[in-house]
Design a protein around this ligand. Structure first.
Ligand code: PGA
Length: 238
């Protein structure tokens, strides 16, 4: 399974290196065979000497150039980063990235062979509008995205569940994941208020191939427990 930590705008470079060392030491001491990904803040990227996959939370669809405040692929290359998060709800809804821009970014990093964790998910009003409108909204987030891309991982993250402590029911997660699996056979993660207390139940669900964790992952110990749960579920029946 795939266990990913989105550290968002938290942890300095020094703290991130300490965090990665803690996770790395856990992973090697427990002989973890799951795929572990960590997305540090941009200025915390470094030449990480670790078996953990370190990815960027964002980058612009360019090698370099005049895009004030952004970084390009040359900046990721400097640290041998080949993994990127695209379409996170905070980028879509707070930073205003459109589907068109996300598709351009997706294609740019796809052409460079990056592992892409692409996020989709509905805001509360779409969930309240009923199942078909909600699924239609989520489908629109696949526009311009190559769902067959071999290095693609999709994360389903309902916007209303991110950082709120609210989650869909386990039945809801399974039902939506089953539908989303029809759009793409890429591994499908669930994200949105995953904690130590619910991670195991979520990971055990059919069609859930892993989790993308924000706030709870800031506690290295909690993130490690979630990695261990995934390891315990190795070989679960689908
Ligand atoms: P959360 O964030 O775990 O704090 O809800 C998840 C995410 O934004 O990826």
């Amino acid at each position: 399974m795939i266990i990913a930590a989105n550290l968002k705008t938290n942890l300095t470079r020094k703290e991130t290196n300490k965090y990665l060392a803690e996770v790395e030491s856990f992973v090697s001491s427990k002989n973890i065979t799951q795929e572990v990904l960590v997305f540090p803040a941009m200025s915390s990227l470094d030449t990480h000497d670790t078996s953990i996959i370190v990815g960027a939370q964002n980058a612009y669809a360019t090698k370099d150039g005049a895009f004030t405040g952004e970084i390009g692929s040359v900046h990721l290359e400097e640290f041998a980063i080949k993994t990127i998060l695209i379409g996170h709800s905070e980028r879509r809804h707070i930073l205003g990235e459109t589907q068109e821009e996300l598709a351009i970014k997706f294609n740019y990093y796809k052409d460079l062979g990056f592992k892409i964790v692409y996020c989709v998910g509905e805001p509360l009003e779409k969930r309240k509008a009923g199942k078909s409108e909600m699924m239609e909204y989520i489908s629109s987030q696949y526009k311009g995205i190559d769902t067959e891309y071999k290095n693609l991982i999709i994360a389903y993250e309902p916007v209303w569940a991110i950082g709120t402590g609210l989650t869909p029911t386990l039945e809801d997660i399974q039902e939506i994941h089953t539908e989303l699996k029809e759009k793409s056979t890429a591994p499908l993660l669930y994200g949105g208020s995953v904690k130590v207390t619910n991670a195991k139940d979520v990971l055990a669900l059919k069609n859930v191939d892993g989790i993308l964790v924000g706030s709870a992952a800031l506690y290295g110990e909690h993130f490690c427990s979630m990695i261990e749960y995934a390891q315990e579920l190795e070989g679960k029946e689908y």
